[in-house]
Design a protein around this ligand. Sequence first.
Ligand code: AP5
Length: 251
Amino acid sequence: MRGGACEWNPADATPARPWRLVLLGAPGVGKGTQAELLADHLGAVHLSTGDLFRAAKQADSARSAAMEEALQYMRRGELVPDDIVIRLVEERRACLRLPCGFLLDGYPRTVAQAEALDRLLEREGLVLDGVLDYELPLDEVVRRLSGRRTCARCQAVFHVDTRPPRREGVCDHCGGPLFQREDDRPEAVRVRMEVYQRSTAPLIDYYRQRKLLIPVPAHGTPQEVFARSLELLNGRHPGAAVTAATPISAA
Ligand code: AP5
C-alpha cells in the first residue's frame, strides 16, 4: 500500500524502536520503493505528499480551489506552493505522533518546508532520527522514471524492465490497469529535475549541518538499496534497525 492516508492499528505490535525518518533524493531515484520496504520492516507509517495529491486527484468528491491549483502545478512537474503542502502535512500531524514512527517521502522539499517541519516536530515534542539521501546519476534516474508504471487502483509501482508486472499492463496485486504518470512524460521530467536542483538539493546541506544526513548510494536492485539503507541506519543506532518489530499496516 502506498503511503497516503495514515492508519495504524494499536492491536499490532509496536516497534521496539520507532524510527522517524525523512527520505530525500531526486524524482524517480526510488524513494517510494524504499519507503515501502522500510515501512514494512521498521513498522513505521509511510507518508508521501505526492501520493496525497494523487489520491486527491482521483477522489470523486469536489476538490477545493487550493487542491485544483496544487494539481495544476503537479501536472507541469513544478512544486506545489509551500503553504498548501505545509497545511496538508499539518492536517496529518496525528500520523507523526503515532508510536510506530514515520517515514516522510517527498516532504520536505524546500528549505521553507524543512523549517516548517522542524517547528511542527518541536511542538509535538518529536525529533528526527535521520534523513536518508538517495544518490544516483541523472541518466539512471531518468531511466527509472521513464519505465515506471503505476496501478490506477492501488497505486502499486512497477517498472517495465526492472520490476515488470506478471501480465503486461495489469497490476499484480489488485488486477487494476497500469498507467504512466502524467509527470513522467519527458517535458515534465525535465522540469522536475530542474526544480529538484534549485529547490530540494539545498536540503542536503540543511540536514548535513544538523548532522542528520545519511547519504545512500541508490544503485543496484531495490533489495540491495534496502539492505544498504538498513546497514546505514544500524550504523547510526546500532542494533535498532535489525531488531525492528513485525510489520504494522500503514494505509
Ligand atoms: P512525488 O510523488 O513525491 O514524486 P517524486 O519525488 O518526483 O518521486 P517519485 O514518486 O517520482 O519517485 P520515487 O523516488 O518515489 O521513485 P519510485 O520508488 O517510484 O511528487 C510528485 C509531485 O507532487 C511533485 O512533482 C510536486 O508537484 C508534488 N509534490 C509532492 N510533494 C511535494 C512537496 N513536498 N512540495 C511541493 N510539491 C510536492 O521509483 C521510480 C521507478 O524506478 C519505479 O518504476 C520503480 O519500480 C523503479 N525503481 C525503484 N528502485 C529501483 C532500483 N533500485 N532499481 C531499478 N529500478 C528501481
